[in-house]
Design a protein around this ligand. Structure first.
Ligand code: S3P
Length: 445
């Protein structure tokens, strides 16, 4: 467990055109779940294209601590699972670093075992709300010990026999939905989760392919009702993880904003539950083409051809937020260079990410001479087309990888350079970011 932290400032300067063909690392959500479901399945799971970021590696370590064997053979991660219901008690606290998905899903996964598990994380994760996970778990019979305000460190002890639950998720959160479903895997009977807005559905799709007894009903009310029959066996799978659309978005926005850029990003996940950013940028005037659209492992995948574009501000419908929730920081950079106002509403969940992203983005934009106004659940940005007079600021990243990458992208297109106080957290989700961008032509110091 490494909890020490040394800040690493980086400066981004106006760059020449970005050109080239790139592959980006695997999707973070699918990578976490690959380690978890592989660890739980009987037999071997083979994972190609796994994101080897710190967040996902911490999930892998947690699964090893509970009995799974995980090793890398050439480019493939091979997981020998314990079998559903057969995880072992870890003999020390499980450390999840910066990762909300890692800790929240694993809390669900182990909560219904009659054993004690302690969860810890870094300074950012230790500030994030966990009550949203603890509330449904308590209803299933789980005993909880938590730090003040339901924060980490948290210790869970499952009941001898957990009670299945019918649970309506009170906020748009794939993590809460997934935690309850994963708790249901070791619970007799049917666990039901209802969500009123669709969030990313990798848990449902992947559990189905691992052989879980899971079904999704979509009545005309628009809600999604997910039913999972517990205590069924899961079987190891072969998984090809597609490229992460959230990581792709940094390259994409950089290419849109830096004059005369022309890049192709290969093998990007573009399934509807994750594709809000592409639609939004296209509505703003972005030239993004989807090449060779295909289905891989049940997900939509495409190569993205992106060319520099003149962007206009738009009003983004709040119901689109779940399909692009992690992309608002980098979208804000696109908005900072667009003509007119970009209005983002219904984004209150951004306040509880790795940082308060509404506040962090607003402060970063203001430090770089972009006018914006924020409210509890909205952000309005007034763009400066072509970045006139933009930049020149130092941005506080609050241990948030997406704030760090977003403002580096800003510096590549601004009139004056942009410095971020700490680039080290980028390793949690996109360790190759600086190198890959530099190969395309980006100017960092
Ligand atoms: C994730 C769900 C989202 C997202 C996070 C990954 C997942 O979080 O922001 O990066 O893999 O389920 P919420 O469920 O809190 O919206």
């Amino acid at each position: 467990m490494n909890t020490s932290h040394t800040a690493k400032p980086v400066t981004a300067r106006r760059s020449n055109a970005l050109k080239g063909n790139v592959r980006i690392p695997g999707d973070k959500s699918i990578s976490h779940r690959s380690f978890m479901f592989g660890a739980l399945a009987s037999g071997k799971t083979y994972v190609n294209g796994l994101l080897e970021g710190e967040d996902v590696l911490n999930t892998g370590r947690a699964m090893q601590a509970m009995g799974a064997f995980i090793q890398k053979e050439k480019d493939t991660w091979v997981i020998q699972g314990t079998g559903n219901g057969c995880l072992l008690q870890a003999n020390q606290p499980l450390y999840f670093g910066n990762a909300g998905t890692g800790v929240r899903l694993t809390m669900g996964l182990v909560s219904t075992y009659d054993m004690e598990t302690t969860f810890v994380g870094d300074a950012s994760l230790s500030k994030r709300p966990m009550e949203r996970i603890l509330e449904p778990l308590r209803l299933m019979g789980v005993q909880v010990k938590a730090a003040q305000g339901s924060r980490l460190p948290i210790t869970l002890h499952g009941p001898r026999v957990a009670a299945p639950l019918i649970y309506r998720v009170p906020m748009a959160s794939a993590q809460v939905k997934s935690a309850v479903l994963l708790a249901g895997l070791n619970t007799p009977g049917i666990t039901t989760v209802i969500e009123s807005v669709m969030t990313r559905d990798h848990t449902e799709r992947m559990l189905y392919s691992f052989g879980a007894d899971i079904e999704v009903e979509t009545p005309i009310s628009g809600e999604r009702i997910i039913r999972l029959v517990g205590q069924k066996s899961l079987k190891g799978q072969v998984i090809d993880v597609p490229g992460d659309p959230s990581s792709a978005s940094f390259l994409l926005v950089a290419a849109l904003l830096i004059p005369e850029s022309d890049i192709v990003i290969h093998n990007v996940l573009v399934s509807p539950a994750r594709a809000g950013i592409f639609l939004t940028l296209q509505e703003m005037g972005a030239d993004i083409r989807f090449l060779d659209e295909r289905i891989t492992g049940g997900e939509n995948v495409a190569d993205l051809h992106v060319r520099t574009s003149y962007l206009k501000g738009i009003n983004i419908p709040p119901e689109r937020a779940p399909s692009m929730i992690d992309e608002y920081p980098v979208l804000s950079i696109a908005a900072a260079f667009a003509e007119g106002k970009t209005i983002m509403t219904g984004i209150e969940e951004l306040r509880v990410k790795e940082s308060d992203r509404i506040a962090a983005v607003a402060a970063g934009l203001k430090a770089n001479n972009i006018f914006c106004t924020e409210g509890i659940d909205y952000l309005i940005i007034e763009g400066r087309p072509e970045g006139k007079n933009s930049g020149g600021g130092i941005v506080t990243t609050h241990l948030d990888h997406r704030i760090a990458m977003s403002f580096l992208v800003m510096g590549l297109a601004s009139q004056h350079e942009v410095t971020i106080d700490d680039a080290s957290m980028i390793a949690t989700s996109f360790p190759q970011f600086i190198n890959l961008m530099t190969e395309l032509g980006a100017n960092f110091a």
